[in-house]
Design a protein around this ligand. Structure first.
Ligand code: CAA
Ligand code: NAP
Length: 245
């Protein structure tokens, strides 16, 4: 029987590729969206036209109540969640001197507290059923820190702490928890960096280009698979050689 996968922020650059990869690996896939219903419905129709049947549930991942409601809807429509990808995220870059409390909190809430909100809804059930996969999307900048990203680097480093703790709690129950730390990938998030700054970043990537969403999505599909049961608590870097640990 198909397993159920839920990807937060699945309508974004990386998330859409993850949803497609999980459909291709025979999952029933759901994603979250925020904002208006109409664009979300359009996205679902477009995906359907391309052969990808994806359930979209409204959910601001910074809200515990939204997370509870959204997961309940996924369970009612598709069944219990076997795979959770905590992917939704934002940037609010700025040098620390200029960083406001709002910029700090927006990023911590969206990129870190969201993982608590979502994972709480599914982790116990995964442990009870004896199978689960949680994939937390961190960043190269959570591993090495990044000038102008004190908020983002803190949240992304924090999410791997959650991974390592939960991996230990899930290990005997068939539930793996892993972190993917992508480098710079060609999505809206990276295209929002000023061109001159972005070009300097690309010049520092040994592979000589930005990553592709599909390259991250393939790793998500692997971590979600049955064969990945021995990999847990890991932080997998996929960054074109920009940062080697
Ligand atoms: N290291 C050291 N110094 C740096 C620096 C760096 N990496 N980047 C900038 N500086 C210095 C500049 O040389 C400049 O120095 P002077 O004042 O002496 O001239 C000073 O810092 C100010 O730099 P800016 O003019 O760039 O400052 P700004 O306020 O206009 O912009 C910023 C600051 C928004 C942080 C901008 O530098 C920037 O966008 N940097 C890129 C941040 C980044 O990589 N974000 C990633 C977003 S995508 C993402 O997050 C996905 C992911 O996970 C990979
Ligand atoms: P993106 O295209 O901007 O997509 C981000 C997604 O998150 C969007 O669908 C967005 O929805 C959603 N989102 C934002 N705030 C939300 C909230 N409060 N509740 C629910 N959904 C929310 O960015 P991306 O590049 O695909 O990034 C995906 C993840 O990968 C992020 O966690 C990011 O930090 C991480 N990452 C990206 C890169 C990269 O280079 N692109 C590198 C390393 C890590 P809306 O569009 O409706 O706002």
């Amino acid at each position: 029987m198909s397993k159920v996968a839920l990807v937060t922020g699945g309508m974004g650059g990386l998330g859409a590729a993850m949803c497609k990869a999980l459909v291709k690996s025979s999952h029933k896939v759901a994603t979250t969206y925020i904002g208006d219903d109409a664009p979300a419905h359009e996205w679902v129709a477009k995906m359907k036209g391309e052969g990808f049947d994806i359930l979209a549930v409204k959910c601001d991942v910074t809200s515990y109540a939204d997370a509870e409601k959204a997961v309940a809807e996924v369970v009612a429509k598709l069944g219990p969640v076997d795979v959770l990808v905590n992917n939704a995220g934002i940037t609010r870059d700025g040098v620390f001197k200029k960083m406001t409390a709002d910029q700090w909190l927006a990023v911590i809430n969206t990129n870190l507290n969201s993982a608590f909100n979502m994972t709480k809804q599914v982790f116990d059930g995964m442990c009870e059923r004896g199978f689960g996969r949680v994939v937390n999307i961190s960043s190269i900048n959570g591993q090495k820190g990044q000038f102008g990203q004190a908020n983002y680097s803190a949240a992304k480093a924090g999410i791997h702490g959650l991974t390592m703790a939960l991996a230990q709690e899930g290990a005997k129950k068939g539930v793996t928890v892993n972190t993917i730390a992508p480098g710079y990938i060609g999505t809206d998030m990276v295209m929002a960096i000023a061109e001159e700054v972005r070009n300097k970043i690309i010049a520092g990537i040994p592979v000589g280009r930005l990553g592709k969403p599909e390259e991250i999505a393939a790793l998500v599909a692997y971590l979600a698979s049955d064969v990945a049961g021995f990999m847990t608590g890991a932080e997998l870097a996929i960054n074109g050689g920009q940062h080697m640990m």
